[in-house]
Each structure stands twice: as structure tokens, then as C-alpha cells.
Design a binder for this molecule. Sequence first.
Ligand SMILES: [Zn+2]
Length: 98
Amino acid sequence: MALDQQLLEILACPDTHHAPLDYDADAATLTCTECGRIFPIRDDIPILLLDEAVEPSTAPGSPDPSSSADSSSSADSSSSAASSSSSDSSDSSDEEGK
Ligand SMILES: [Zn+2]
């Protein structure tokens, strides 16, 4: 139950690079030589769909530069209360005296 070699030659990754695929007869998979996606083969039919492809899992221990955010922001609360309320109430007292 091997895929036809001619078929293999025309098969390509459905991604934009259309790279040739590596046929793994034992695992019944097609591995993209470009992006490393692994496409399953079901009933001798290669499933060349990005949705069906198994993306290459990131190797364990991948470099992960964890940059801890070092933000020590001192809160400056400058309270400038300028309250100058000068109410001049000039009462004009009317004198009604005759
Ligand atoms: Zn690919």
C-alpha cells in the first residue's frame, strides 16, 4: 500500500511555498520539507489540508527569552490645592430715613 511515486512527485505542501513532501511509508505521513508540517494519509489518500496537518511541535527546551517586565514606577501625587475663594459681598444698605 504505497503511494504512487508519480503522485508523490506532484504532491506539494498546500502552503504558499508549495514545497515537496517527504513520504514516510511507515508512519503513513507526508512531511513538508519546508515548514515541517505533517500531513496524514488516509486510505492511501494524502490529506493535504493545512487544517489536517500536524504542525511541527516546538522542541522541548526551546529558547524562551522570558524578559521580566521591570517597571518600578513611583507614584508622585503632587497635591496643589489652590483654593482662593474671596467672596466680596457688598451689601448696599439702603437707608430709608427721612
Ligand atoms: Zn509546507
